[in-house]
Design a protein around this ligand. Structure first.
Ligand code: KIV
Ligand code: ZN
Length: 385
């Protein structure tokens, strides 16, 4: 039987931590509604204690959305947890996400504490959150750099205290895929009770491995992926939602599935980029402007003959109308004929031979030949023919 991988979107919390990306509550609600329509299972709507605006956003999203679980972040601090619970009061499916750093680095230099005291705080936080909601997710911050044996002790203790989801974040983007996968496998083998809870991956992209690590997590038993649209988030960002969803769809069709309507990936990516004033890099997988653009002659000729020669994803599957044949000085005759046809010129072989030199001269003078440039050039050359 295929396994459902839950998509936990944290665009509105971890994603919004990007400098300069502040969203107001109305903008957040608009994005949350689209996330709901797209089919995400969990929306992390914010960190309610951090500001009245964030509290208000979480409260509004909790009131308006009925389908997804609405999650609010807190530290392992009673006032954070209480405020998160208040913001979630009207949610149909509320979840409190609480946790604490578990790596040696965090225990010593962030908390000036000891491993045993950290476990006590973790357990107390989960028990306190359970007095408000049934669904409590615990995060072991910096789990990527946490010793596996100690991490197993922490996770076992919070499961005993009532955690329903255990999040194993690679907070600093430190792990290699095999290290992260082995960490999950270790927990599955060594933590009593782990089979009764959902294990979640929350990977950061400092070494560009967030998606690869999340997938390694899935291969070792992860059932929930925490991710953001366009991969935005602290520093180099989080696992990108569109990447992980498409890897699952393309590479594991028999083993796993998500509830995401992939046709919404490009439109929602643009909406997030515009409302956050955060451009998407052109070569970004799945949602970048160039993800389905072909500009070299060899590739263009191949794609025109058969799209599958150079594309492994049908652009329509991710909400892009069609692949782009971009005319540059690297383009060949096949691309020129193809684009000329699109602007109304069905060129014969002789026509093509005649216009190609003019086209290359034009393309050498400018980076890209757009439809208007092409029409003007074809008009002029064909008039002389
Ligand atoms: O990166 C991280 O560890 C986090 C936690 C708060 C879940 O964002
Ligand atoms: Zn994070």
């Amino acid at each position: 039987m295929k396994k459902h991988i839950q998509i936990f979107d944290t665009t509105l919390r971890d994603g919004e931590q990007v400098p300069g990306c502040k969203l107001n509550p109305i903008e957040k609600l608009k994005i949350a509604k689209q996330l709901e329509v797209m089919g995400v299972d969990v929306i992390e709507a914010g960190f309610p204690i951090s500001s009245p605006g964030d509290f208000h956003s979480v409260a509004m999203i909790s009131r308006e959305l009925r389908e997804p679980t609405i999650c609010a972040l807190s530290r392992a601090v009673e006032s954070d947890i209480k405020t998160a619970a208040e913001a979630l009061m009207y949610s149909n499916k509320p979840r409190i996400h609480t946790g604490i750093g578990t790596s040696e680095q965090h225990i010593k230099y962030k908390f000036n504490s000891t491993p045993d005291k950290i476990i006590e705080r973790a357990v107390a936080a989960v028990k306190y959150a359970k007095t408000y909601v049934n669904d409590v997710e615990f995060y072991a911050e910096d789990a990527g750099r946490t010793d596996n044996a100690y991490l197993a002790k922490v996770i076992e203790a919070v499961i005993k205290a009532g955690a329903t989801v255990v999040n194993i974040p690679d907070t600093t983007g430190y792990c290699l895929p095999q290290e992260y996968g082995q960490k999950i496998a270790y927990l599955k083998e060594n933590v009593t009770g782990i089979h009764n809870v959902v294990i979640s991956a929350h990977c950061h992209n400092d070494l560009g491995l967030a998606t690869a690590n999340s997938i390694a997590g899935i291969e070792n038993g992860i059932e929930q992926i925490e991710c953001t649209l366009n991969g935005i988030g602290e520093r180099a960002g989080n696992t990108s939602l569109e990447e992980v969803v498409m890897v699952i769809k393309q590479k594991y069709p028999e083993a796993y599935y998500t509830s995401i309507n992939t046709k919404m990936l490009n439109p929602i990516s643009r909406m997030v980029s515009e409302s956050m004033s955060m451009p998407v890099q052109p070569n970004k997988a799945i949602v970048g402007d160039n993800a389905f653009a072909h500009s070299s002659g060899i590739h263009q000729d191949g794609v025109i003959k058969s799209r599958n020669n150079y594309e492994i994803i049908n652009p329509k599957d991710v909400g892009v109308d069609q692949s782009k044949i971009v005319l540059t000085a690297r383009s060949g005759r096949a691309a020129l004929a193809f684009r000329a046809k699109e602007v109304g010129y069905d060129l014969t072989k002789d026509d093509l031979d005649m216009v190609y030199k003019n086209f290359i001269d034009l393309a050498d003078r400018q980076k890209e030949v757009n439809d208007t440039d092409l029409s003007v050039m074809l008009n002029q050359v064909m008039a002389l023919a």
